[in-house]
Write a new protein. Structure first.
Length: 278
């Protein structure tokens, strides 16, 4: 891929931002190689799969039909919870097993769940886990798979899986590498279930004896994660089940209420979450 000058790529970007599929098609007809070029590290399709652009499906279709590379765009659409775009890219042949790079060696599904992007995860998981792991089964709400890993008395029945989540792979602060400590493995599964609003998995793990305030990554509990990712139903459920509102993470020494304050926006869901923790 070549890097394209601002002047050359501006007409295509302008058409994208206006969701002008006809204008975009015209630009690409005149300059077919533009679909493969990068600008600030992204192709046109990769720009289209990142918010806040809100690019319509017709423009996505033009880029696909013009021969755009699909795989990294699928990872971005998964990360940013663009479920319909994930479907469009998968239907066009994007590889759900691809990894983004050597720096971030995770599949689109793993990326989606690590960002709490539950809607896109629900699309991607239809193509399989690819690297079956307990935390990913929990994050995608597959209670039957989780039960195959964790007995009803909380014992691990088999190894956690080949890939354990490394938060630095998605740009969060580094932490010690995951260990084989069963308490850490179970806490990991619990926090990912909470982050992705998988209530049935949370309840199964609680019944197995997993602590509700488990915090295997930098002291961040399932309640913290549910707040960060705007999972109102999970926040309510965890509070009803007795999650601590006094727990402080190791990163900012902040309670769940402080996380709610920092993550607040204009949405009704965020307002409800903040009120629940007030």
């Amino acid at each position: 891929m070549s890097t394209m000058s601002d002047e050359r790529i501006q007409p295509a970007l302008h058409a994208l931002l206006l969701s002008d599929a006809g204008g975009l098609q015209s630009v690409l007809t005149d300059d077919p190689e533009m679909v493969h070029a990068t600008w600030n590290g992204n192709t046109l399709l990769e720009w289209a799969t990142q918010p806040p652009h809100g690019i319509g499906p017709d423009c996505i279709a033009v880029l696909i039909e013009s021969g755009a590379s699909l795989d990294r765009a699928l990872g971005l659409a998964g990360c940013f919870n663009l479920a319909e775009v994930c479907t469009q890219l998968l239907d066009a042949g994007a590889d759900p097993t691809s990894v983004e790079s050597d720096v971030s060696p995770i599949t689109p599904l793993e990326s989606a769940t690590m960002h709490g992007s539950t809607a896109s995860a629900d699309v991607l998981v239809e193509h399989g886990l690819h690297r079956p792991t307990l935390w990913l089964a929990a994050a995608t709400g597959q209670v039957d798979l989780v039960a195959g890993w964790v007995s009803d008395d909380g014992a691990l029945l088999k190894p956690a899986g080949d890939y354990r989540p490394i938060w630095a792979h998605i740009g969060r602060p580094e932490a010690p590498a995951p260990t084989d400590d069963p308490a850490q493995i179970l806490g990991e599964a619990f926090t990912f279930a909470a982050a992705n609003e998988r209530i049935a998995v949370v309840d199964y793990l609680l019944a197995c004896g997993v602590p509700i305030d488990a915090a295997p990554y930098r002291g961040i509990t399932g309640l913290h994660f549910a707040i960060q990712f705007g999972k109102q139903a999970m926040v309510e459920h965890l509070l009803d089940r007795g999650a601590s509102t006094a727990a402080r993470d190791d990163e900012w020494n902040a309670t769940p209420a402080k996380w709610a304050e920092v993550c607040a926006d204009d949405s009704a869901e965020r307002a409800t979450i903040t009120a629940l923790l007030a």
